[in-house]
Design a protein around this ligand. Structure first.
Ligand code: XMP
Length: 520
C-alpha cells in the first residue's frame, strides 16, 4: 500500500495500521506519488489528512499518477475533500467543522468499505463513535459518488464510487478514538485492494537480508553498536546477510550501567560470533568531561570524543566501503527523508544529529540502514524472531550520552560508581515485581547534593538519589508512574542500606511537559 502524506499528524498511524494487517506499506510526500508508484507494486493508495484547505489556491493536489495507477483509492479527511474537489464536487471552507468525537450513521451498510463493522466497540443505537477533526466539509458530491454514511455535522461523512473503487472518509479510521476504524481499513486493504499479506517477521527478515546482500556485494561494513535495540538488531541482520564482512565497534565510554559492557559483548558472542571490537575509552571520556557542568557542553564533549575514538578504531580495522546504522522508519519520517526511498538506504554524508552527537562531515561512507523501513515494534518483532535475547529487546531506551546526563553537573567516577549501584538495585526490584515491562522508562539520577542521615548511632552525610519512572506512548509527553508505595519503600530501603554513600532517596513526580524525562 502507498500512503500519500498531506501533513496530517496521524500519517504514521495509518501506515502502522496497514502493516498490522500484515501488508507492507510506505509513506511518501503528497507530491512524490509518481516516483513512489514506480518503485512499488502497489495494491492501493491512501490519501492522508492534512492542515490545508482544498479551497485555497495552490493547496496540495492529487497527482494524476494515482488515478493512472488504476488501483483503489481511499481519502481520509483532507484526502476525501481532495477527491471531491478533483472530481468536481463542492467543498466549503472554514466555518462548519467538527472536532472530537461524533456519531456515524452508516446509510449504505452494503458498501464494501463497511463489510464487518456491524456490532463491536463504540456502537450506540446502531451508530458508530468516530473521531472527527476538520474545518472544511463536502457540500456536494461529484458525479458517480454516493454518500454511504453521515454524522450530525457531515452529511457526507463517508463516500464511495464503487465502480471506480474510490472512497473517502471524513473521520479518522486510524486513531483509537474510532473503534470501527481498524475494520474499515481492513475492508479497504484486504477486500477492496486485495493486498497480499506478506509482512511477517520471516518475510521481512528474508527481504532485508536479500537487500543487504545485493547492495553490499563483497564490500566490508563497519558498524557502531551501543547495546540498544536498534543497533543490535541491525547488526544481527547484517551478520546474517554478510557474515564476517561486518565488523562492529562497541565504544565503552565508561558511562555505562553496572555490567552493561560485558552484557553487550556477550549478546554478540552468542549471536553466532558477530565480530565486535570493544574499545575501552572510559578514561578519555571522563577527561573530556572534567570541569564541565552544563548539559549541552557535556553532550558536545561526548560526541566529539566518540567521533575520534570511533574513527581511530575504524582506521585500525582496515578499509570499509559501508557504514551500518540502526536508523528506523520513524527517524526517516521525522527527518523528512521518506521520499529518498526505502530499502537498504541511499548513500549520503552522515548527518550531524547522530545519536551520540555527530559524526564528522568529511567521514564519507555509503550508509547501510537495514531497519530503515521498520517501526520500533516491528524491530522488536524481528529481533525476537532472530533470537536476540528478551532482556535486550524489551529494554527501556537509554540515551546516547549515557549516565553523563544522569549525574547532574560535573561527571566524576565516584558519582558514577554510586549511581550505577543505585540504578542496578532499582531496576532489579522493578523487574522482580513485574513493573519494568509496564513502564516506558525508569532510571536513577545522581544529585551532587549532600544530605544528613543517621545510621545506627552515627551521623551520615551523603548524596541524594532520584528515582524516575514514566509511562508514555511517544516520549513527547509522559506521565510519572504511580509505583506502589510498598515497592518504593522496598527500593528506598535497599538503596539506603546497601550503599553507604547515599543519604536520601526521592521519587520524581514531574510530568512531561513541563519537565523532561531525563534530568539534563
Ligand atoms: P527527554 O529528556 O527529552 O527524553 O524528555 C525523551 C527521550 O529521549 C531520550 N534522550 C536522549 N537520547 N541522546 C539520546 O540518544 C540524548 O542526548 C537524549 N536525551 C534524552 C530520553 O532517555 C527519553 O527516552
Amino acid at each position: 500500500m502507498l500512503v500519500l502524506d498531506f501533513g496530517s499528524q496521524y500519517t504514521q498511524l495509518i501506515v502502522r495500521r496497514v502493516r498490522e494487517l500484515g501488508v507492507y506499506c510506505e509513506v511518501h510526500p503528497w507530491n512524490g506519488a509518481r516516483a513512489a508508484l514506480d518503485g512499488l507494486q502497489c495494491s492501493g493508495v491512501i490519501l492522508s489528512g492534512g492542515p490545508e484547505s482544498v479551497t485555497r489556491e495552490g493547496a496540495p493536489g492529487l497527482d494524476e499518477a494515482v488515478l493512472d495507477a488504476g488501483v483503489p483509492v481511499l481519502g481520509i479527511c483532507y484526502g476525501l475533500q481532495l477527491i471531491c474537489s478533483t472530481f468536481g464536487g463542492g467543498v466549503r471552507g472554514g466555518d462548519a467543522g467538527e472536532f472530537g468525537p461524533a456519531m456515524l450513521e452508516i446509510t449504505d451498510a452494503g458498501s464494501a468499505l463497511f463489510a464487518g463493522v456491524e456490532g463491536g466497540e463504540g456502537v450506540e443505537g446502531g451508530e458508530h463513535s468516530v473521531w472527527m477533526s476538520h474545518g472544511d466539509h463536502v457540500e456536494s458530491l461529484p458525479d458517480g459518488f454516493a454518500s454511504i454514511a453521515r454524522s450530525a455535522g457531515s452529511p457526507n461523512a463517508a463516500i464511495a464510487d464503487a465502480r471506480r473503487r474510490i472512497y473517502g472518509l471524513q473521520f479518522h479510521p486510524e486513531v483509537d478514538h474510532t473503534p470501527c476504524g481498524r475494520e474499515v481499513l481492513r475492508a479497504f486493504v484486504e477486500d477492496i485492494c486485495a493486498s497480499e499479506r506478506n509482512w511477517t517477521a520471516e518475510d521481512i527478515i528474508d527481504g532485508i537480508i536479500e537487500d543487504i546482500r545485493r547492495r553490499v556485494g563483497a564490500g566490508r561494513v563497519l558498524m557502531g553498536v551501543s547495546g540498544g535495540v536498534d543497533s543490535s538488531v541491525a547488526a544481527v541482520l547484517l551478520h546474517r546477510a554478510i557474515g564476517d564482512q561486518l565488523q562492529c565497534v562497541f565504544v565503552d565510554n565508561g558511562l555505562l550501567r553496572l555490567g552493561e559492557g560485558e552484557r553487550v559483548m556477550q549478546v554478540f558472542a552468542e549471536q553466532g560470533g558477530v565480530r565486535v571490537r570493544c574499545v575501552d575509552a572510559g578514561a578519555r571520556f571522563l577527561a573530556a568531561l572534567a570541569g564541565l557542568d552544563e548539559p549541552e557542553a557535556k553532550r558536545k564533549a561526548i560526541g566529539e570524543v566518540f567521533v575520534r575514538v570511533f574513527d581511530e578504531a575504524a582506521d585500525a580495522l582496515g578499509e570499509f566501503k559501508f557504514l551500518g546504522q540502526g536508523t528506523i522508519y520513524s527517524d526517516v519520517i521525522e527527518s523528512g527523508a521518506a521520499s529518498t526511498g526505502a530499502g537498504a538506504g541511499a548513500s549520503k554524508v552522515i548527518k550531524s544529529h547522530h545519536n551520540v552527537g555527530g559524526l564528522p562531515e568529511d567521514m564519507r561512507f555509503e550508509l547501510v540502514e537495514p531497519l530503515r523501513t521498520l517501526f520500533k515494534d516491528e524491530v522488536r518483532m524481528i529481533g525476537r524472531s532472530l533470537g536476540v535475547p528478551e532482556h535486550l529487546i524489551g529494554q527501556h531506551p537509554f540515551p546516547g550520552p549515557s549516565l553523563a546526563v544522569r549525574v547532574l553537573g560535573e561527571v566524576r567516577e565516584e558519582y558514577l560508581e554510586v549511581l550505577r549501584r543505585a540504578d542496578a538495585i532499582y531496576i532489579e526490584e522493578l523487574r522482580a515485581s513485574g513493573w519494568y515491562e509496564r513502564l516506558s522508562q525508569a532510571f536513577a539520577v545522581f544529585l551532587p547534593v549532600k544530605a544528613v542521615g543517621v545510621v545506627g548511632d552515627a551521623r551520615r552525610y551523603a548524596w541524594t538519589i532520584v528515582l524516575r519512572a514514566v509511562e508514555t506512548q511517544d516520549f513527547m509527553t509522559a506521565h510519572w508512574s504511580h509505583l506502589p508505595h510498598d515497592l518504593l519503600d522496598q527500593i528506598g530501603t535497599r538503596i539506603l542500606n546497601e550503599i553507604e554513600d547515599i543519604a536520601r532517596v526521592v521519587y520524581d513526580i514531574s510530568n512531561k511537559p513541563p519537565a523532561t524525562i531525563e534530568w539534563e
